[in-house]
Design a protein around this ligand. Sequence first.
Ligand SMILES: Cc1cc2nc3c(=O)[nH]c(=O)nc-3n(C[C@H](O)[C@H](O)[C@H](O)COP(=O)(O)O)c2cc1C
Length: 176
Amino acid sequence: MDFLDLAKSRYSSRDYRAQMVEDEKLTYILEAGRIAPSANNTQPWIFIIVKEKKGLEKIRLCYHREWFKSAPCYIIACGRHDESWKRSSDGKDHCDIDVAIATDHMTLAASQQGLATCWICNFNRELLSKHLNLPEIIEPIVILSIGYPNDKADMERHRFTRKKLDYIVYEEKYIK
Ligand SMILES: Cc1cc2nc3c(=O)[nH]c(=O)nc-3n(C[C@H](O)[C@H](O)[C@H](O)COP(=O)(O)O)c2cc1C
């Protein structure tokens, strides 16, 4: 598939079928995350797959939306602040950036496999860390819901839902 078509086919699905995601597809998606670039190649991430009933129930306590319960599987992308690259000039931690790139790879790989996803960051971090047994240094950054979608999105919606190129692109320098 043409890259732009694949990128346009990804959307935030907020309604899933009960059908479980096949292990081969999950492995494909996780491999797409594994090979993502990262600052200084530190790969400061871990991915936690949750698909068993008990685990699903716990994840759903961390983000209260009715639609969220329909996802048969979640990948929680976590950042390892003990492994991430910090810029020497100002100490900026690149953990979030790296985890976001890996997560984006996974959303695109899922779309390519006929699956849908939704990024969720508006969760209760404390509760999620507790349920996943995470130490403070490993931060849960994104919950990615994954499944076969029960909803659809218009491939052409970006014409209306995204800023125009001439608003976001500058030549040579920013002009007020
Ligand atoms: C970093 C990030 C955090 C997000 N957090 C949430 C969230 O907590 N809940 C939610 O329903 N959607 C969340 N979204 C989905 C966005 O709302 C969605 O990507 C955006 O509206 C564009 O729509 P689209 O993904 O269908 O193209 C998040 C997306 C990103 C990239």
